[in-house]
Structure formats: structure tokens, C-alpha cells
Write a protein that binds this ligand. Structure first.
Ligand SMILES: [Mn+2]
Length: 453
């Protein structure tokens, strides 16, 4: 059927050519009845093919009742346009986003908000908002801002592929909470700003996704509220300040987490006991070399001293690289690339070109071939996150253990390794992981006789 907009625009456009005039001048009524008759014939012939079922009827009604321009529901079936008048925690003048003011009854408040926003309640259990950020000023390292942009692009790519929201912060939300402490005020504010999300996923600016397909096994964390990469043995036996890494963590949007952030940040620079905490941490964790209290040691300290209170809530993920130390990872990218190519050569369905939006299906296909790959250290599976601990892309400072060159070269290699997984869906790739600016086209090598058609 010719839509009214189309016939209108065609007949009134000054650019319309007179050649088709006779067609466009047919009375609307004629067109309508003509097409309606054709539609009826079509429906009728379909009717004789299929046994009519309730489903079929429902489908017809649903598709015809919704006009094509109806945008009241967008995104993933959530309503972005409705915020009912019913008061929520946002209307409470006592509510504060500040790290210095604790939030109480957060579970009830969040539940209440979801009740008033039912379209968000449906998928709330698995909803993740990724939060990251960097400093407010330009980088001292001449290539620092470029590197940070690429680290951020990588996170945007990962989030787009998996349908996660992302928030980038480049301000100190509390003037005293700088460097490694800066994340806590941001995570707390993000929890309040995203009651629709069950999880906030903090990822440091010097960490990047190097497996664009892998999804967090959320089912495994259902009875926990904080997930970090770490090892109980190193906490309780070795008492090491690197027994877990606080640069990447998944935190549940709940009251327990609000309380944790409160206790955790009370060992930071906002505390009058900040220096004392530095001394305590250093005497507890002998391998800690600097005097200031840091967020990672503070978290380990809580787990170590109050095991009964914290251990059950915190999942120490040691099975895969929730984050992995770059030094033990970057040398393996070529081997991993080769192993994945080998798999693809034997599995045409993995080579099939597809829209980026349906990438997760191909990730699931690939899983069956990765069973022997192992996970974490020594494995040839792509590491979920490569973390450039000890290298600071922005300031240019780095641990004296390694040359600055190896930091920046490693980052470029990791960024291109990750980018290749994304670019491929756009038809291109970096042929050389060390060379960021050269791209080649991905050949179409999917044999027609193996196709699904
Ligand atoms: Mn880091």
C-alpha cells in the first residue's frame, strides 16, 4: 500500500518529474482499494497454507497496531521517555552523591525506583554499566592522550558489541580522592545514577579488552557482591599486596556495596587517619614498597582482617584473566592469533560475514573449539583484559623494572590485537600488530558450497 507520506511528498515536491504524473494522479481511493484487495488475496492465500493459530493472529495484530514511527520504546525494549511523578530517592533532599555521605536503605530505594520504571525492571538482573576514566588535565606523555583515546575506544567497542552502557569520567569527584582512590567516588555516583543496572564494572584506563567476545559468567557471581581478580592463598598465606588487583572489578549495585565503599574509602585520603593506614598496610603487606595507603591494599586488608565479614561477599576470580599482567600476556598474541585462525580454517561458520549486532552468536559457536585452550596463565585463549600495571600511559611514568619503550610498544600491540577483532566485522584488519596505521581488507573466503543457503 502506498503510504500517505510517500504519495504526498512525491506529488508536492518541486523536483518531481512530470513523467509519472498519470500514475501519481490516480485517485487515492483507487490505490487504497486496489492494494487492500491485493492484501486480502495475499492473506487469504497464506491462510490456506497455514493452519491458523493464535500465535499467527497475535503476530498480525501486533505488527499492524504499531505505527512505523512509534519511538516510545527504544534501546533494548526500555522506555527512555517516562519518569513518573511518584517521588523516589532522587527527590529526597538528604540524598547525596558524595563519597563522604553514606547512603542508607539503598536496596529498598532501588527496588522502589524499578517499580516505577517497569520497562527497566525486566532485564535489571544482568544489566551492566561499565565505568572508567582518566585525569582532568592533558597528558604529560606526548602520546598519552592518543593512547588513552584508544584505550577508551576499545571499551566503547566492547560495550557496543555486548549492549552495555559506558560512563567515562575525567574529573576528581572529590578533590582529595586522587590517583588510585579516584575510582571510588565515581563508582558510588554511578550506582546512584544507574538504579536500572545490577552491576557497575570498573575498568582502569590502562586496561583494555583483548577478547571482544568473552562475556562475564554472571551466573557464577549470583551469590556475591564484588568480583575481583585474585587468589585467597596469596592473601591469607603470603600476605601480598598484589594478591588481588583492584584495577578491574565488578560491584553489585546494592546496600552491601554502598557500605563497602564507605569503609573502603575511610582508609583513603579523606580520612584523618590516612597516614596511619599507610603504615598499617606496609607493616601487614611486606612486599608493599610505597608509604601511602592505596585502595588495593585497603581491600586486601579488609579481606585479611575481617574474613568472616567480607570473604563470602567477594568472589576472587582466578580462573580467567578478569585482568592480566601485560608482561606475561603480550608475547602470546601472535600464537593466539594463529590458533584462532587454525580453528576458523576448519570451521566455515566462524568465517561467515555477519552484522556486528549478532556477534554474540558467533562467540557462542567459537566456544566449542576453545575447550582445549585453557584459561589464564599459559593458555592460548584470548585474555579478557590485558592490564598495563606499572606503565602509566598518561604521565609516561613507569616501573623501573621495564623500559618505557616496552610499555608503549606492548600497548600498541594489545590495542591492535583487540582492534582486529572489531575491524574484521567492518571488513578490515591490521596485518601487523606493531603497526597501527596500516590496514588491509579481509578477504571473503567463505566457500559458497559450505554456506547455509
Ligand atoms: Mn591500572
Amino acid at each position: 500500500m502506498v503510504s500517505p507520506e510517500l504519495s504526498h511528498s512525491q506529488s508536492s515536491s518541486p523536483m518531481a518529474k512530470p513523467r509519472n504524473r498519470s500514475f501519481w494522479c490516480l485517485p487515492d481511493g483507487f490505490l487504497f482499494f486496489g492494494s487492500a484487495f491485493l492484501a486480502l488475496l495475499l492473506v487469504w492465500s497464506f491462510w490456506s497454507f497455514f493452519t491458523p493459530t493464535l500465535n499467527f493472529e497475535a503476530h498480525v495484530t501486533e505488527s499492524s497496531s504499531k505505527s512505523p514511527g512509534d519511538c516510545s520504546e527504544s534501546g533494548f525494549g526500555v522506555n527512555l521517555k517516562s519518569d513518573p511523578k511518584d517521588p523516589t530517592f532522587y527527590d529526597d533532599p538528604e540524598m547525596s552523591y558524595s563519597i563522604e555521605k553514606p547512603v542508607r536503605d539503598w536496596d529498598e530505594k532501588r527496588k522502589e525506583w524499578l517499580k516505577h520504571h517497569p520497562s527497566f525492571a525486566a532485564g535489571a538482573r544482568d544489566r551492566i554499566v561499565l565505568v572508567t576514566g582518566s585525569q582532568p588535565k592533558p597528558c604529560k606523555n606526548p602520546i598519552g592522550d592518543h593512547l588513552l583515546l584508544r584505550f577508551f575506544k576499545n571499551k566503547v567497542d566492547y560495550c557496543r558489541i555486548h549492549g552495555y552502557d559506558i560512563f567515562y569520567n575525567n574529573l576528581l569527584l572529590h578533590p582529595k580522592m586522587g590517583s588510585f582512590w579516584a575510582k571510588l567516588p565515581v563508582v558510588k555516583a554511578a550506582m546512584l545514577t544507574h538504579p536500572e543496572a545490577e552491576w557497575i564494572w570498573w575498568v582502569d584506563s590502562d586496561a583494555l579488552f583483548t577478547d571482544m567476545e568473552f562475556k562475564l559468567p554472571l551466573e557464577r557471581y549470583k551469590n556475591h557482591d564484588l568480583v575481583v581478580h585474585g587468589w585467597p592463598k596469596l592473601i591469607y598465606d603470603s600476605k601480598s599486596w598484589t594478591s588481588l588487583n583492584a584495577g578491574v572489578f565488578l560491584i553489585r549495585n546494592c546496600q552491601w556495596s554502598m557500605d563497602l565503599i564507605n569503609t573502603w574509602s575511610s582508609m583513603g585520603p579523606i580520612s584523618k587517619d590516612y597516614e596511619k593506614w599507610g603504615r598499617i598496610q606496609r607493616s601487614t603487606f611486606k612486599d608493599k614498597l610505597f608509604p601511602e595507603s592505596d585502595d588495593q591494599s585497603a581491600l586486601i586488608y579488609l579481606l585479611y582482617t575481617e574474613k568472616e565479614k567480607y570473604y563470602d561477599h567477594i568472589y576472587l576470580e582466578g580462573e580467567f584473566y578478569l585482568e592480566g599482567y601485560w608482561v606475561e600476556i603480550v608475547g602470546g598474541y601472535e600464537n593466539t592469533t594463529e590458533r584462532y585462525l587454525e580453528i576458523e580454517r576448519g570451521a566455515p561458520k566462524l568465517r561467515r560475514r555477519h552484522a556486528e549486532k549478532v556477534s554474540e552468536q558467533y562467540a557462542a559457536f567459537r566456544e566449542e573449539f576453545l575447550k582445549g585452550a585453557g584459561n589464564g596463565r599459559g593458555s592460548w585463549r584470548r585474555p579478557l583484559i590485558t592490564h598495563f600495571t606499572g606503565c602509566q600511559p598518561c604521565s609516561g611514568d613507569h616501573n623501573q623494572m621495564y623500559a618505557g619503550e616496552s610499555c608503549w610498544k606492548g600497548m600498541v600491540k594489545a590495542l591492535n590485537f583487540a582492534d582486529n577483532q572489531v575491524l574484521r566485522k567492518y571488513g578490515f584488519m591490521h596485518p601487523d600488530l606493531h603497526d597501527s596505521s596500516t590496514v588491509t581488507q579481509v578477504p571473503f573466503d567463505y566457500p559458497a558450497d559450505e554456506g547455509p543457503w
